[in-house]
Design a protein around this ligand. Structure first.
Ligand SMILES: Nc1ncnc2c1ncn2[C@@H]1O[C@H](COP(=O)(O)OP(=O)(O)O)[C@@H](O)[C@H]1O
Ligand SMILES: [Mg+2]
Length: 415
């Protein structure tokens, strides 16, 4: 019987609030778990950026990564550690690097999900290069973008094929606007996508391992109020469908942590944006839902670290394609994809692990989110975003939402 300490690394950029909360909760839990005859403890450390030898060992069992999509030194260090040191990382860095929005649309269309019709158009302008002109002269066909607009119908959305954070996203209502916006898109490679309009529900489904939380979203509200505090805004069958959809998407792409956006129109949920491998995790967006996210990250990362869950390095799509090619209704296919997802995520083993070893997490997290430390963490995030004169009011606003969550939690599970 050995005494083992497993290190969990946080690979961070501008994140402020969630790492503070995560670290303090792991510290308060102070877990000592019997795992396969050993005694296992956990420590959390922030990953630093410095030169490294490719054969240098990685001290972490699990890394929660927020940098791969834009900071290449960390991405390459993580890839090295997965290849050479059996690191488990949220999320698969190769998948984040190569699966843009376009690829994810194509894959989910192939599996039968109702992604709205989408076209890609060549960019309006190019960076000059010696080969560009001969290539375009030979192969680029003159086209009328208005014809694509007509094909899709209005309104439609023009948005980058690899986008995020709403950058470059435009709603377009007619031919004239389409031509104008395309002119303005310059070197950006754009999609035109049929709008889901009108829609009556916008859902963001947060997935962490096998855990999914559905949050109603109001894209038109100011930043602090987009995630709504709403309960039972979909029925049980819809909740099951959105959960299956989220788990399918996440396991197909090897994302342990993702946020899937879907819009409901005429009773159908259309997924519109689900390549979000570094989802919004800020208390200033999530407020009421923030403690759920922290708890889900704590549980899943401890499970992965304690059991040394092997990283699925290759994505292995054959099982999904086999189901896609069967002659089955969409809902049955989705249930079958989700069955694969739940197996790949070891859902039963995870739940058993939580019951056996993590039953204290609910209470520790609940207590923590009433503490001065939690309040200070919220305040430091607010300080990074808001002007001086709004610091008190916004700290209070987000703190109140967290206290509302605590009250609702206690009401739903009396001690
Ligand atoms: N097909 C669509 N139908 C309706 N609204 C859309 C559609 N595509 C995008 N939107 C709106 O634009 C926002 C940003 O588009 P999205 O694809 O989510 O880009 P990003 O990756 O930048 O978040 C969405 O949250 C939604 O409000
Ligand atoms: Mg989006």
């Amino acid at each position: 019987m050995a005494e083992i300490t497993r290190k969990i690394g946080l690979s961070l950029g501008a994140d402020i609030c969630w790492p503070l909360c995560y670290e303090e909760i792991i510290r308060r839990l102070d877990l000592v778990l019997p795992v396969d005859g050993d005694t296992v403890r956990f420590v959390v450390e922030r990953v630093t950026i410095e030169p490294y030898g490719l054969r240098q060992p990685c001290p972490y069992t699990v890394v929660l990564d927020r940098l791969t999509h834009w900071y290449h030194p960390s991405r390459e260090w993580i890839k090295k550690a997965v290849l050479m040191d059996d690191l488990y990382v949220l999320n698969n860095p190769w998948s984040i690097q190569s699966m843009e929005k376009q690829t994810t649309y194509c894959a989910m269309m192939r599996l039968g999900l109702p992604v709205p019709d989408t076209w890609m158009v060549p960019p309006k302008e190019y960076e000059p290069s010696p080969d560009l002109e001969p290539m375009l002269r030979r192969y680029a066909r003159l086209f009328d973008i208005g014809v694509v607009g007509q094909e899709l119908g209005y309104p439609l959305f023009m948005k980058p094929y690899d986008g995020g954070a709403w950058v470059g996203v435009q709603k377009i209502d007619d031919d004239e606007q389409l031509r104008m916006q395309y002119e303005g898109s310059a070197k950006r490679l754009m999609h035109l996508q049929k709008a889901v309009a009108p829609f009556d529900v916008f859902v963001r489904a947060l997935g962490v391992g096998p855990q999914v939380r559905l949050v109603r979203y109001d894209a038109g509200a100011p930043l602090h109020a987009r995630y709504e505090v709403a309960h039972q805004f979909v029925d049980a069958e819809e909740a099951a469908l959105l959960t299956d959809m989220t788990l399918t998407i996440n396991t197909f792409f090897g994302w342990d942590f993702n946020s899937c956006e879907a819009l409901r129109s005429d009773g159908v949920f259309y997924p519109i944006d689900f390549a979000n491998g570094c989802p919004d995790s800020q208390v200033t967006s999530l407020h009421y839902h923030f403690p759920w996210l922290i708890k889900a990250l704590v549980r899943w990362s401890l499970f992965c670290a304690a059991t040394r869950r092997p990283m699925r390095r290759c994505l292995d799509w054959a099982a999904y394609y086999e189901i896609a090619d069967r002659d089955l209704p969409y809902r049955e296919k989705l249930a079958d994809y989700a069955r694969i997802a739940r197996e790949r995520l070891e859902t039963d083993r995870f739940e058993e692990f939580c019951t056996r070893h993590l039953s204290v997490v609910d209470e520790v997290v609940w207590d923590f989110f009433g503490s001065d430390t939690a309040r200070d963490a919220v305040r430091s995030k607010v300080e990074a975003l808001y002007p001086e004169h709004e610091l008190d009011s916004f700290t209070e606003y987000f703190w109140d939402k967290i206290q509302q969550w605590r009250a609702d939690e206690h009401a739903s599970s009396p001690a």
